[in-house]
Design a protein around this ligand. Structure first.
Ligand code: ATP
Ligand code: MG
Length: 430
């Protein structure tokens, strides 16, 4: 009997491994994000990836795409229903309430991590994907809405994509406004049932506002003649919206008002916005958010005004890659590679390497471990991309020196003391 070869297991569909050549790009992005958030006074919060299923049902809404068909929900060993978080806002509100961060104070919070939705995997749409989310609490005016938008615009500028994204803006008014509007919309659509696609017909009873962002063309045509939400806004919502637009005008941030922008979650009211690119096909929304003044109360707290957004990290990185905006140095992770050319040279090489790392704090130095011929070690230098090769052989060990050879220019190898090597590396990295 022949040996059976064990079947290799694969990652779950729609859940991606990120290999080292990709993680350096992610780190570049993360570092820009952290910089922008820190400079605006936002503080990081970290929540579990699992929450009680009830939390998402009560916040996102029972008749949304997420809760109806996208959640990873299961019973744990105690029989409690748990759900892998499909988004971060609900958990963030839960945590902020649980730890009393919301009473008589303002909060500017952000989080970063994986979200889970059982969707059809395709470019820019995965089952495990990452969001950077920002949530603010206790500020009801349009100034904080504007701050969020200006902050995201600044991040786009730093990443070089500001000219490739468009800001879409709308106001959803109050719950009462939406109720009056919903009635008018349903009445209009009932008069044209034959022109509605199946999905939209189903939503007519459950969530008619979602029909507004139907991708179906005849439905879109039908909506041309439908009542518009902006005609149903109360005075306060109108003032809030025009004040926000004035602030964006003054700050020089361009936007388009999209009266059909409703967002897929139930908890939004007043301001909603999306940053959209045309470079990624159907998955063009890279960042989306809005105001959710009713959510804290809905989850059992005293009412607290709130506004936030979440960006899709994979989509932003895809956009950076599509536009070739990732600086070349992102892929250069090694400044020097130390060759060890002799059986008794390892301890000297490792000690010298530690001393260099101590003396040159930004130095990224790789020591060759596991031996190998000069030729094979030189191949590793080339693969590492290091501009400098450091060399330790028997001669260097006995003379207490370090061989130094530039990889990017034609100069003879030098034999330097530890101190000279430190100085050279400091100059090189400056
Ligand atoms: P879409 O309309 O593309 O399905 P959404 O309205 O469901 O997006 P949100 O819940 O607002 O998305 O999430 C905020 C952002 O997270 C989106 O704008 C997008 O960039 C990203 N995102 C959402 N779902 C996915 C996914 N399955 N894969 C990758 N990124 C996603
Ligand atoms: Mg979605």
């Amino acid at each position: 009997m022949g040996k059976t070869v064990a079947k290799q297991l694969q990652a779950i569909r729609g859940m991606n491994d990120l290999l080292p050549e990709q993680t350096v790009v992610w780190q570049y992005f993360e570092q820009k994000v952290r910089g922008v958030l820190a400079s605006t006074g936002y503080q990081e919060i970290r929540m579990p990836v699992l929450e009680p299923t009830e939390l998402f049902k009560r916040s996102i809404g029972e008749v949304t795409d997420i809760v109806e068909k996208e959640m990873y929900t299961f019973d744990d060993r105690n029989g409690d229903s748990l759900t892998l978080r499909p988004e971060g806002t609900a958990g963030c509100v839960r945590a902020a309430q649980q730890h009393s961060l919301l009473q008589n104070q303002t909060q500017r919070l952000w989080y970063y991590g994986p979200m889970f939705r059982h969707e059809r995997p395709q470019k820019g749409r995965y089952r495990q994907f990452y969001q950077v989310g920002v949530e603010t609490f206790g500020m009801e005016g349009p100034d904080i809405d504007a701050e969020l938008i200006l902050m995201s615009a600044r991040l786009w500028r730093e990443l070089g994509i500001l000219d490739h994204v468009r800001l879409e803006l709308n106001s959803l008014g109050t719950a009462a406004d939406r109720k009056r509007y919903r009635e008018a919309l349903v009445e209009y659509l009932r008069g044209h049932l034959e022109a509605l696609d199946d999905d939209s017909r189903r939503r007519l009873d459950s969530n008619p506002l979602r029909i507004l962002d139907s991708k179906n063309e005849t439905t879109q045509q039908l909506l041309e003649g439908a009542p518009v939400l902006s005609d149903y806004l109360d005075e306060e919502s109108q003032l809030h919206f025009s004040a926000l637009k004035a602030m964006l005008d003054e700050a020089g941030v361009a936007y388009v008002v999209n009266p059909r922008l409703v967002r897929g979650l139930d908890y939004y009211g007043k301001t909603v916005f999306e940053w959209v690119t045309t470079e990624l096909g159907a998955q063009g929304t890279v960042c989306a958010g809005g105001r959710y003044d009713g959510l804290v109360e809905q989850l059992g707290g005293k009412p607290v005004p709130a506004v936030g957004f979440a960006m899709g990290v994979e989509r932003l990185i895809l956009l950076l890659e599509t536009l070739q905006l990732i600086p070349a140095e992102v892929h250069h992770q090694v400044d020097a590679y130390l060759l060890v050319l002799g059986e008794n040279c390892s301890s000297y090489a490792l000690t010298v390497a530690e001393q260099l790392r101590l003396a040159v704090p930004s130095l990224r130095l790789v020591v060759n471990c596991g031996g190998g011929s000069f030729k094979s070690q030189m191949k590793k230098v080339a693969r590492s991309g290091a501009p400098i090769a450091l060399i330790v052989g028997d001669d260097e060990v006995s003379s207490r020196r370090i061989g130094v050879k530039y990889q990017d220019r034609d100069e003879p190898q030098q034999a330097l003391t530890l101190e000279q090597t430190q100085n050279l590396l400091n100059q090189q990295l400056a």
